[in-house]
Write a protein that binds this ligand. Structure first.
Ligand code: URA
Ligand code: SF4
Length: 245
C-alpha cells in the first residue's frame, strides 16, 4: 500500500513538473523507480522499428503489424487522408502488457507519424511509467483513427468505421493482455455506446476478447487537475489486473 502511495506522490510531482514547464524541450521524463520488477518485455523491437514496422511474428494468414502499418500509410478509405501529413499507425512492442488506444493523431503526431508525442503524449508516458509501463518495453500505443481530424475535431462515425478494421487487426496481432481506452471518443467507439466518461469508468468490459480498461484522456486531465485522482484509481486497477490481483 505504501508503495502505491509513494508512486502516487511521484505521479503528482511529475504533473507539477509539467506545469512548471521544467520538462519542455529536450528534457526526457525520468522513469519512476518503482519497487516491483517490471513485467518482462514480450520482445524488444529493433532500433528504429517503433513506427509500427515491427518484427512481429506473422499470423497464420501471413498478417503482420508492418503490413497493417503499410496499408495505413497508403490508405484513402476516408476523407481524413486528405489533410494528413503522415498517417500514424501506432508504435510499441508486440505482445504488450497494455495496448493504449486514443482518439486520433494531433498536430505533433501528424508531423512526426508517431502516436502521443505532443504534450498529452508526454503526460501519458508518465502515467504509464508510474505503473511500470513504457512504449519501448511493454506497451503499444494506437488510436481509433490513424489520420489527424482537421482542427482536432472528433472523428466522425463514418471515419471511425472506415478505420476500425486496422485497429482490430492490430489488436488481434498484438495480443495485448489488456486494452486501455483513454478518453470518451475512444471509449464510445470501442464500447459502441456514447456516454460520459464517468459512466464508462464504472463498468468492466472486454473488446475482441481482451479486458478493456477506460480512463480520461491525458489532455482532459491537463485541463482539469481534479481528474488526476480518478485517473490514478483507474491506473491502479489496471496495474492490479496485470499483477494478477
Ligand atoms: N491524442 C490522441 O488521442 N492520440 C494521439 O496520438 C495524440 C493525442
Ligand atoms: Fe484510412 Fe484510417 Fe486514415 Fe481514414 S483515418 S484515411 S480509414 S487510415
Amino acid at each position: 500500500m505504501s508503495d502505491l502511495r509513494a508512486a502516487y506522490w511521484r505521479l503528482l510531482r511529475l504533473t507539477e513538473d509539467y506545469f512548471d514547464g521544467q520538462t519542455r524541450g529536450e528534457r526526457r521524463y525520468a522513469v519512476p523507480e518503482l519497487p516491483a520488477p517490471a513485467p518482462a518485455p514480450a520482445r524488444q523491437p529493433a532500433a528504429g522499428a517503433a513506427r509500427g514496422a515491427l518484427p512481429a511474428r506473422p499470423a497464420a494468414n501471413g498478417e503482420t503489424l508492418s503490413r497493417v502499418a503499410g496499408e495505413v500509410a497508403a490508405c484513402r478509405l476516408c476523407r481524413l487522408c486528405e489533410g494528413r501529413t503522415n498517417a500514424v499507425p501506432g508504435e510499441g512492442v508486440p505482445n504488450p502488457a497494455v495496448m493504449v488506444i486514443g482518439e486520433g493523431p494531433g498536430a505533433v503526431e501528424d508531423r512526426s507519424g508517431r502516436p502521443f508525442v505532443g504534450p498529452a503524449g508526454r503526460y501519458l508516458d508518465r502515467w504509464l511509467a508510474a505503473i511500470e509501463l513504457d512504449r519501448r518495453r511493454n506497451c503499444f500505443i494506437a488510436n481509433v483513427v490513424k489520420c489527424r481530424p482537421p482542427g482536432n475535431r472528433d472523428p466522425n462515425p463514418d471515419e471511425v468505421a472506415a478505420c476500425m478494421p486496422y485497429l482490430a487487426r492490430q489488436i488481434d496481432l498484438l495480443r495485448p493482455r489488456a486494452l486501455l481506452a483513454v478518453g470518451r471518443v475512444a471509449a464510445d467507439r470501442l464500447l459502441g455506446v456514447a456516454r460520459p466518461l464517468a459512466a464508462h469508468r464504472a463498468g468492466r468490459y472486454e473488446h475482441r476478447g481482451r479486458p478493456l480498461f477506460v480512463t480520461y484522456h491525458p489532455s482532459a486531465v491537463l485541463r482539469d487537475p481534479s481528474l488526476r485522482a480518478p485517473v490514478w484509481e483507474d491506473l491502479r486497477k489496471l496495474r492490479a489486473f496485470l499483477d494478477g490481483a
